[in-house]
Design a protein around this ligand. Sequence first.
Ligand SMILES: NC(=O)c1ccc[n+]([C@@H]2O[C@H](COP(=O)([O-])OP(=O)(O)OC[C@H]3O[C@@H](n4cnc5c(N)ncnc54)[C@H](O)[C@@H]3O)[C@@H](O)[C@H]2O)c1
Ligand SMILES: *[C@@H]1O[C@H](CO)[C@@H](O)[C@H](O)[C@H]1NC(C)=O
Ligand SMILES: *[C@@H]1O[C@H](CO)[C@@H](O)[C@H](O)[C@H]1NC(C)=O
Ligand SMILES: *[C@@H]1O[C@H](CO)[C@@H](O)[C@H](O)[C@H]1NC(C)=O
Length: 406
Amino acid sequence: MLGITRNRPQPRAGMDYADSRQKNNFIGKIIFAAVLTAICVIVLRQSSGYGSTSVFSRHEAGITHILVTGGAGYIGSHASLRLLKDSYRVTIVDNLSRGNLGAVKVLQQQFPEPGRLQFIYADLGDAKAVNKIFAENAFDAVMHFAAVAYVGESTLEPLRYYHNITSNTLLLLEAMAAHNVKTLIYSSTCATYGEPEKMPITEETPQVPINPYGKAKKMAEDIILDFSRNSDMAVMILRYFNVIGSDPEGRLGEAPRPELREQGRISGACFDAALGIIPGLKVKGTDYKTPDGTCVRDYIDVTDLVDAHVKALAKARPSKVGIYNVGTGKGRSVKEFVEACKKATSVNIQVEFLSRRPGDYAEVYSDPSKIRRELNWTAQYTDLQESLQTAWRWQKSHKNGYGSPL
Ligand SMILES: NC(=O)c1ccc[n+]([C@@H]2O[C@H](COP(=O)([O-])OP(=O)(O)OC[C@H]3O[C@@H](n4cnc5c(N)ncnc54)[C@H](O)[C@@H]3O)[C@@H](O)[C@H]2O)c1
Ligand SMILES: *[C@@H]1O[C@H](CO)[C@@H](O)[C@H](O)[C@H]1NC(C)=O
Ligand SMILES: *[C@@H]1O[C@H](CO)[C@@H](O)[C@H](O)[C@H]1NC(C)=O
Ligand SMILES: *[C@@H]1O[C@H](CO)[C@@H](O)[C@H](O)[C@H]1NC(C)=O
């Protein structure tokens, strides 16, 4: 499962003569291996009945077993919570490169009964590991969240994006085909549209992505669509707009790696400013062709977003593909967002107005009428301040995120 043996340093002859740097390195490795082992034991103990003889390996009438990739991440953990509440059986696969084991632990505490939730630590880029997971588990459907997802980072490290988005999706699809798993709900993004001339964005708006993140997601969509043409797979592609908020009951939140804060999204930056982690907010660009000069985006609450996934899953049909925008249909400017954030946090956040950042488009918002028509879904949590208030409550009580990440 963890491949600890590979990481365990082999004692070498002449170790006694090794310089102290090497020795420190050696001790570091031992500590690392010990920590990994401990985590593995905890995970094994808590994911009741992992292994080929478990209930997870059998299809059961009346129970739908969902593989949630990236389930330790922000959206994946919220989706898992909703699925578990709705009596689905859930297997999370995540390699914790960006997600939090703490989120998985929260889910395990909420749903400790055997056969509800299983966590598998694995890398989706590892074909052998992925095939083993499919061989040992009887999945009815896959929700594929796992990805790297920062536009700025994607321009600096494009290969990381093509690898971890496009190539991993291909690999997952191959495993699904080989093991006869016939329903896929795919996390796509409005970044696949690029910078359309006409607003709002409908599903027919041409996809001309302008950064590696959007391109990698678009390629993954294309692979899925091409495959689905000659298969009876049921596919739903959801193109999310800007996701905010967190569990209204305060069990889960958004806790990106500290080193990703720089890349961060506006809500994270706003909370960091309110917490005093950063001195203030930098609003980049006040001369866009928008009502107040700042960029306009469509902010969708994560609770609504996971509801869209559940509805998409319910309506997924063999040999059919559904492509849907998931947004509120309403654009909000950065200035509006900042005001809502000040009210939500009751902190008078310092705002600095700077010149434009390259690669930002003026205005992006969705036309969500297709998903309303076909899936009977509309956004319910459309009060920006309320969504931010919910997220802020979690942020304030979890200043350290989920505690120490791996
Ligand atoms: N957050 C947004 O605003 C937004 C908008 C549009 C689309 N999306 C999409 O939603 C999905 C989830 O995004 P998120 O914001 O929850 O991101 P996140 O980083 O919080 O979660 C992604 C999870 O995937 C895991 N992961 C990444 N690579 C992996 C690998 N190779 N093997 C196993 N696990 C791996 C990470 O550890 C992490 O837990 C992504 O596909 C993203 O592109 C997000
Ligand atoms: C997670 O997966 C990626 C490949 O997609 C890999 O490069 C990375 O090292 C993995 N991280 C961990 C902590 O295993
Ligand atoms: C993604 O892929 C690259 C290889 O291109 C790897 O170095 C990186 O660790 C991978 N994983 C993540 C989560 O970025
Ligand atoms: C659509 O959703 C609403 C609210 O969730 C519900 O009351 C209604 O019955 C649904 N309509 C259909 C046709 O399913």
